[in-house]
Design a protein around this ligand. Structure first.
Ligand SMILES: *[C@@H]1O[C@H](CO)[C@@H](O)[C@H](O)[C@H]1NC(C)=O
Ligand SMILES: *[C@@H]1O[C@H](CO)[C@@H](O)[C@H](O)[C@H]1NC(C)=O
Ligand SMILES: *[C@@H]1O[C@H](CO)[C@@H](O)[C@H](O)[C@H]1NC(C)=O
Ligand SMILES: [Fe+2]
Length: 859
């Protein structure tokens, strides 16, 4: 048999180790050892070359020529000195952990296109592969890049596998080159795992579990047990399974641990360039908690309003703060001089320190603040409650038409106002009322159900006109307590109105963190991430489209479970619902969350903030024309949607290709039935039958991960950093709820001091400020929507063009938003002392900027 002619294929492997590891290798001359074992896989199964038989035996095409990487390379470790080594490593002087390996393959001419590379890490530590570049010798073919961006477990880890990396070309399952079919399945099978055993940090398995690790039943205090979230009792999305054993006292709860598994490539802690990111913002969360527990029990409030203002003027003196660890960690977000904390001044306080007192600012923030997701149109009067009147008292709203008409001041009747869509509401009645009794049994906090009514005046200013606070019948108080507060003119009415606004502010901040922020973005995204990795191959075009929007979310969610939303964590300690916080978020998931309503247009229509109107720019007419979140949001929504439409139509020419895409269908089924298992029987789940369905589903996911999250996240310090504007908790009842109390007496003498007892304590305020400050920070390497192009898109001219259009559009949007903020007619975004609305402006500098839309939910 004639010997087949061979071609040389050169491989260049760009890789890195964890920080310091390369130095160790070099110093110990470990580099003489082989580091990687590679196998090139042809995308063809059976070329007519006599090699076909061998391939058939393997089940997929492979050359079978194994390659040990060695030979000469020079490395430049951090020392800045040249080290000559026996292997070929080109080092980059400033990045001591990056290196390049080279190798050569002799490949028969008939081998066909390389479709995948199999990689085994022969070294005794994990290694990060950026990419592999293959150049075929003797031809003018462009090099092929295989993007890996993945940690390769060492052969010494017992879970190590021959890792599979495909080229950057995307294929629907039915179009998979025949030589890669088995590998495509095998790779997904590895990612799904078998659902057994405890996960190790080097694993890369994605699986589902309930939220059964928020509590710590085994903790000595006995106070940290919490119910499992997920199931019919307390419905909830699923999180990533870690497989830790059950706790000792409660077999349904998982044992807590100080570090929690995330699939290896989801972790932040990548080498150097991520370190900065970690220490500036993300690591902080990690550091915040252990030391806080004792300090948080300190209930001392601020002595007076001046003392609150002085946090920014003179710094906060925290004499009771003896814990050194706490001081140090706070130092990450604020400067400390002696025992004084200096926070940078939140934008809102910088511009107008009286803003928190103003009714017009209170209503403006429902449209342009950090929680623009709650305000809704009042569609009928009287308002009705869905709660059981036997338990919660009469369901009628006690805000009467007469009262409203008095507050509307005869401009129109309530019926006219309803008809002309002039009445709006923040409705925290049905969600909160069932928690009031439980929450009031806790120390140092309280709660009401609340309804806040706004009127859009003919001069089109939105004004809060009435707040109803309700306490259900409880214990020896057989009657509910229900009172309506109005702005008023006399001193007592005015002060009570301020107190009522503080309570509503606390309801809104709790709802914002637990529902608008945590539940609807972080928590609901996790199932999409898990399903995407389990069901869509890395070579699936939709995997590649979604991937940038799903990065780092699992890791930040783990940190939230460790420190923020866990039993005894910051949310429980600093927000009104206390230990019932997460149950509240489960109730919201049960009552409110629907996938189809997570799309911006659907969300606006559902809240009555828009109606469909084909003649309007986005097919929507806004009920309040100057609704900054909606106006900017729709621009970005449209940009994302047309990019995704271009992308989807490129890969799916016909609806039938969507119906027959087995991976895609399995992905969508799994999101509905496993990730959101408690909602699997809902009829509102969109079908996935054609291109439009897919575009809508993908746009919704990308919107939630990027824009929805940015809108509720990056303004947190701007608006909440000065806590009188958005107190996280109201600790005492309305002074008039029980007029026999000492508080009522003090209220009449010096209302300010009662307000100080109602506001967060000093330590609660400081902690929340520190957390909000860190959550509002963009890291230096943040990637914004339409940032740098993914390699696989870059290689496809049509996708590349569509991506460039997307980028151009977002730059335009950025300009439009700037213009809007300058427009004197748009009173909700500009005016004396008003913080302009920039939260959906796509790009940003690092730091606390109150703008910038990153790809994914990662803080
Ligand atoms: C506020 O409280 C501080 C600390 O107790 C006190 O020094 C200051 O005089 C008070 N200011 C006013 C205006 O009451
Ligand atoms: C908010 O938007 C409305 C509707 O355009 C506008 O007329 C109103 O004046 C704005 N509200 C404030 C407080 O500026
Ligand atoms: C962010 O998304 C863009 C595409 O929208 C992508 O090119 C870029 O790589 C992404 N960045 C990250 C960190 O995922
Ligand atoms: Fe967040």
């Amino acid at each position: 048999m004639a010997k087949e002619k061979m071609v040389t294929v050169k491989a260049e492997i760009n890789a890195k180790f964890t920080v310091g590891e390369l130095l160790r290798i070099i110093c110990k001359c470990k580099a003489t050892e082989a580091l990687l074992l590679l196998e090139l896989v042809s995308s063809e199964l059976d070329p007519e070359t006599g090699l076909g038989k061998k391939k058939a035996v393997q089940g997929y095409a492979k050359l079978g020529k194994k390659f040990w990487l060695k030979s000469t390379v020079h490395g430049y470790p951090n020392l800045g000195k040249k080290f000559w080594l026996k292997s070929t490593v080109h080092g980059y002087p400033n990045l001591g952990n990056k290196f390049r390996l080279k190798s050569k393959f002799d490949v028969p001419e008939s081998f066909g296109d390389v479709g995948a590379v199999l990689v085994k890490n022969e070294y005794d530590k994990e290694m990060y592969l950026n990419n592999i570049v293959l150049t075929r010798g003797g031809s003018s073919n462009a090099p092929i890049t295989i993007s890996c961006n993945s940690w390769i477990a060492s052969k010494c880890d017992d879970n190590s596998q021959m890792r599979i990396f495909f080229t950057n070309k995307s294929y629907l399952p039915s179009e998979t080159p025949r030589g890669l079919k088995k590998l495509r399945e095998e790779d997904l099978k590895n990612l799904r795992g078998d659902g057994k055993g405890e996960r190790k940090s080097s694993d890369r398995i994605y699986d589902y579990d309930k939220y059964n690790d928020l509590g710590d039943p085994d903790h000595c205090s006995n106070e940290l047990a919490r119910p499992v979230l997920g199931g019919t009792q307390l419905p909830y999305p699923r999180r990533c399974r870690t497989g830790r054993g059950p706790s000792e006292k409660d077999p349904l709860s998982e044992k807590r641990s100080s570090s929690v598994y995330v699939p290896r490539d989801e972790a932040f802690s990548e080498p150097k360039e991520l370190e900065f990111k970690a220490t500036t913002a993300k690591e902080l969360l990690h550091m915040l908690v252990p030391s806080i527990e004792t300090a948080l029990n300190d209930k001392i409030g601020f002595p007076n309003l001046t003392a609150i203002d002085n946090i920014f003027n003179q710094g906060a003196r925290l004499p009771r703060l003896q814990n050194q660890g706490l001081l140090q960690l706070v130092a990450f977000v604020a400067q400390i001089r002696d025992d004084i904390l200096l926070f940078d001044t939140p934008e809102i306080f910088k511009r107008d320190k009286f803003c928190w007192l103003k009714d017009e600012e209170f209503s403006r923030q429902t449209l342009a603040g950090v929680n623009p997701y709650s305000i809704q149109l009042v569609k009928e009067w009287p308002l009705k409650s869905k709660l059981d009147p036997k338990i919660y008292g009469p369901c009628e709203c006690s805000i009467t038409k007469e009262l409203l008409e008095r507050e509307i001041k005869g401009i129109m009747t309530v019926d006219e106002a309803l008809e002309q869509k002039k009445l709006f509401i923040l409705d925290y009645h049905d969600l909160l009322l069932p928690f009031v009794k439980k929450v009031r049994a806790l120390e140092d906090t309280t709660m009401y159900g609340s309804r806040t009514i706004f009127f859009l005046k003919p001069d089109s200013t939105l004004r809060p006109i009435a707040i109803e606070l309700t306490r259900p019948p409880m214990g020896d108080k057989a009657n509910p307590w229900k009172k309506v507060f109005t702005p008023g003119y006399d001193a007592t009415t005015c002060w009570l109105w301020k107190f009522a606004k503080v309570h509503v502010g606390a309801h809104d901040s709790g709802y914002h963190e637990l529902v608008s922020h945590w539940l609807r973005t972080h928590c609901c995204l996790e199932p999409y991430i898990i399903a995407t990795h389990r069901q869509l191959s890395a070579m699936h075009p939709i995997y590649r489209l979604l991937h940038p929007h799903l990065r780092y979310t699992m890791e930040i969610n783990v940190r939230a479970r460790l420190n923020l939303i866990n039993a005894g964590g910051i949310i429980e300690k600093c927000f009104s619902p206390g230990k019932y916080s997460m149950e509240l978020s489960s109730a919201a998931y049960d009552q409110i969350w629907r996938f189809d309503m997570e799309a911006l247009p659907a969300d606006l229509i559902r809240r009555g903030m828009a109606v469909e109107d084909p003649t309007s720019p986005h097919g929507l007419k806004l009920t309040i024309p100057d609704y900054p979140f909606a106006n900017d949001g729709l621009l970005v929504w449209d940009a994302i949607k047309s990019w995704i439409s271009d992308y989807v139509s490129h890969y799916y020419a016909m609806a039938s290709h969507i119906e027959t895409d087995s991976e895609l269908q399995a992905w969508w089924t799994e999101i509905r039935t496993k990730g959101h298992e408690d909602k699997k029987n809902e009829l509102w789940w969109p079908k996935l039958k054609n291109q439009d369905d897919l575009i809508q589903i993908l746009t919704t996911i990308a919107w939630v991960a990027s824009c929805h999250h940015a809108a509720v996240n990056f303004g947190q310090y701007t608006y909440g950093g000065y806590f009188p504007n958005r107190p996280s908790i109201a600790r005492t009842n309305m002074p008039t709820e029980d007029i026999s109390t000492e508080d009522h007496k003090i209220f009449m003498e010096k209302p300010e001091s009662v307000l100080m007892k109602c506001f967060p304590s000093q330590i609660q305020a400081t902690m929340v400020m520190a957390v909000l400050r860190s959550l509002s920070t963009h890291s230096r390497d943040e990637e914004y929507l339409s940032g740098s192009i993914e390699p696989s898109w870059d290689e496809n001219p049509q996708i590349k063009k569509a991506f460039e259009r997307f980028k151009k559009k977002l730059i335009e949007v950025s300009g439009i938003i700037d213009e809007r903020n300058e427009d004197p007619k748009l009173l909700n975004r500009t005016g004396a002392g008003v913080v302009p609305y920039k939260l959906l402006k796509p790009f940003s500098e690092p730091g606390v900027t109150g703008m910038g839309v990153p790809n994914s939910t990662s803080i």
